[in-house]
Design a binder for this molecule. Structure first.
Ligand code: ARG
Length: 463
């Protein structure tokens, strides 16, 4: 029987009674951290390979460990592995099974290692893989937004400030705003990844170890970019997990803002878009309803991810060096953050590609709120008026149009000339939605040519 078969034996003869069942359940993490099994085995194999390379264990031991781990992999993948609560966590479960399978070689694996540096390594390896997946999903969402933007470069909707009609913008330009946001999310993920991808192994419990470990070799075997340079820091800080969750939170916040717009836009009052039926649901009582459940849930789930960020920051803030069991609580928030963001990104990429744009409704709304008033002011400035005077002049014109219940572009020329003599027939060009949008040729502006350029640049970047 292996020494790790029951928990009371795991910690040696020092303990006079086993922990109660309640304490066992309270302290165990295996039911959630078993998710780290692949990283755990990967880390163990790299550690064992290095131990053999340094002559700390024999080549025969290494072969036994590899054989045992291959068998364990197969057992876990096929669902036959018997996870035991008594063995507390993923690390002890796998080690106990290894020892059962290969005997003493299994007991030698933990030489120069502690679960403290082991778990920190596992979480980093696992998270690195998830970051790569998430970056791909963020980029796919960017592509979906480009797919939606491209055919709608010349569709105009009102741009809002304070949710009041402000100036006309191209629908594609509006979508590209989100492409930029998700582009920064991709950058943040890449930046966090560099700090996630460093090796704690070798720190052992907290102080390092007296075995002649080759940490650089382990880091290289695991594809890590460096080693953690202080053993106390290596086993204890979870700043990399916090940083990742902060990046994930921002991505969710971007999705939440987009959700809010989709919800408004598909309401009857806007009627700017339709979302494919597979993303909406009906009401059990009101037969006419089609509800935007997916964007609403995404907006709601953003709160959950923000909560995980708070949980992790709070988890860390009071901890003295070095490892404390508090850190076992890092996993569930981290796992749920990854799962939530992953599902949301996948569903949004699909949903954005299925949106139908109602050009007429958007353009009618843009014509309603005197969205081209700034263009009239700019027109007068080009005729020589100081901007502040032009601004005041246009305010009078808007007042007149409001009283007549018409748009600025519907005021006759002689009426417009009453506000300023320099106004000529060409004013109607700048008062149209197209004229307004296309005048904004500044870099980053909504002018059609600029928007097309930016779509092209993103297409190239994402190719
Ligand atoms: N399950 C533990 C965790 O998630 C592993 C490390 C345990 N180390 C310890 N000294 N109790 O953090």
């Amino acid at each position: 029987m292996s020494q790790l078969d029951t928990k009371s034996q795991a910690w040696s003869a020092l303990f006079s009674e086993p922990v109660s069942d309640l304490v066992k359940r309270y302290t165990a993490s295996v039911f959630f951290d078993k998710r780290l099994w692949q990283a755990d085995i990967q880390g163990s194999l790299a550690h064992a390979g290095m131990l053999a390379g340094q002559g700390i264990i024999s080549v025969q031991d290494l072969e036994d460990i590899r054989r045992g781990m291959a068998q364990i992999t197969q057992e876990i993948e096929s669902g036959q592995f018997a996870w035991q609560l008594d063995l507390e966590d993923v690390h002890l479960n796998i080690e106990a099974r290894l020892t059962q399978l290969v005997g003493d070689a299994g007991k030698r694996l933990h030489t120069g290692r502690s679960r403290n540096d082991q778990v920190a390594t596992d979480v980093r390896l696992w998270l690195r893989g998830e970051i790569d997946l998430l970056s791909g999903l963020l980029q796919d969402l960017q592509k979906a937004l480009l797919d939606l933007a491209e055919p709608h470069v010349d569709v105009i909707l009102p741009g809002f400030t304070h949710l009041q009609v402000a100036q006309p913008v191209s629908f594609a330009h509006h979508m590209l705003a989100y492409v930029e946001m998700f582009g920064r999310d991709v950058e943040r993920m890449a930046d966090v990844r560099k700090r996630v991808n460093r090796l704690p192994l070798g720190a052992a419990a907290l102080a390092g170890t007296s075995y002649p470990l080759d940490r650089e070799a382990v880091a290289a075997a695991l594809g890590m970019e460096g080693v953690c340079e202080n053993s106390l820091d290596a086993v204890s800080d979870r700043d990399f997990a916090i940083e990742f969750t902060a990046a994930a939170t921002l991505a969710m916040v971007h999705i939440s803002r987009l959700s809010e717009e989709l919800i408004l836009w598909m309401s009857q009052n806007f009627a700017f878009i339709r979302i494919a039926d597979r993303f909406t649901t009906g009401s059990s009582i009101m037969p006419q309803k089609k509800n935007p459940d997916v964007p609403e849930l995404a907006r709601g789930k953003t709160g959950r991810v923000v909560g995980h960020l708070m949980a992790l920051v709070t988890l860390m803030k009071g901890q003295p060096l070095a490892y404390n069991k508090d850190n076992q609580e890092d996993k569930e928030p981290l796992f749920d953050t990854v799962d939530t963001l992953k599902d949301t990104l996948r569903i949004f990429a699909d949903m954005m590609r299925g949106i139908t744009v109602n050009r007429e409704a958007m353009e009618a709304a843009a014509r309603k709120g005197y969205a081209t008033a700034t263009d009239l002011a700019d027109y007068l400035v080009k005729k020589g008026l100081p901007f502040r005077d032009a601004h005041e002049t246009v305010a009078h014109a808007v007042k007149e149009a409001t009283q007549r219940g018409v748009d600025l572009s519907e005021l006759p020329l002689d009426v417009l000339q009453g506000f300023h003599a320099s106004i000529e027939q060409d004013v109607y060009g700048v008062l149209s939605l197209e004229g307004s949008v296309n005048a904004r040729t500044v870099r980053g502006g909504t002018g059609t040519e600029r928007v097309k350029e930016r779509i092209g640049a993103w297409r190239q970047k994402l190719a």
